[in-house]
Design a binder for this molecule. Sequence first.
Ligand code: BDR
Ligand code: CA
Length: 393
Amino acid sequence: MMDSGKGRVTRREFVKGTAAMMAASGGGAALFASPGWAGSATAGQEQARRVIIDTDPGVDDALALLLAMRSPELKIEGITPVAGNVPLELTLPNALRLVEIAGRSDIPVAAGARGPLVRRLVTATYAHGENGLGGAVFPDPTTKPIDEPAAEFIRRIVRKYPGEVSLITLGPLTNIATALNLDPELAGMIRGLTMMGGSLSGGNITPAAEFNIYVDPEAARIVFQSGIPLTMVGLDVTRKTSLTDEHVRVLQAAQNPVSQAAAKIGRNAIDHTRERGYLVGPNMHDSLAVAGFLDLSLLKLEPFYVDVETNGELTAGATLGYSPVAGDLRRKPGMEKNAAALNMPIRGAAPTLASRKTSPVLRETWTPNVQVAVDVDARRFFDLLIGRLAGKT
Ligand code: BDR
Ligand code: CA
């Protein structure tokens, strides 16, 4: 399904590979440790993998970026801030600050979209503070962004290394959708995309939607339907990644600029979360996406056909996961071997009387477009995250 090194996964290989794995697993739940989607992660055994990180720092984005910049498995071609947790006027300098803290001013930072494709920006300052870093203050950056917009940068780098560049997205998908809109051939040249975004088990900003998808559902829909091999690291697993006081103590004890910055951001974020009345958290959503890209074995993945609700007045940004279990779209324990519904159609809402549509069927057969993380080894995740930030691994 996936050639090694520089190879790319074509749409046909993606579908074929998934079908083969479904068959091998009896059509049911499967633990995917194949490098096809998020990529394999055996440090030191492979060439560093080219990635672009799209992000809206963001407390958990900050730790995710520091993790990525401390990971020799990654060749970070660029960082593309987008409006999300806070406006671009803050996510851009925050990204530049983090690059400086990590001593990685060699990484190009390209300014992205100021707002979603067709909606007004909704931010998450309630969770990330007014400055996006949970109130943790760092000096103004002296590094400047490159003189190229994020979407054009993404397009140029992907075209420069066709089939080699993976995207890791930690915010709303506006920049990626804009790049795909600019260049219809681009999706076929992207090696894979690992996103923090979405949920098959309810949202965090509305009952239906996870924040990153909620902010720009139209962009998310473009990405989900693009044919890029997708790995979705959503709330289903990131809810299990609560940062603790002990993690912060370990970071504080490690005397290096990255661990000190991470400890400061983490301390503020924990305090802020407690002040809001939560006993646990904050969750390290975005770091888990980076960690999952680095080491796929941290996650249990299952293939789904996922689409995004863009019309709902209450449900826009919901990610709907279709899975092949006859008569029931949600897999249940004991139903793992039921492959009977591999050919089930994908249904949407019943057509209204006013519409010209007569059938709710959107697609005739079930074809997975996403590997969805359904479980995580949280202890190993934190070993990786805290270990790397503390400079121990
Ligand atoms: C996601 O939303 C943002 O607030 C976080 O940074 C993360 O990317 C979690 O829903
Ligand atoms: Ca984020």
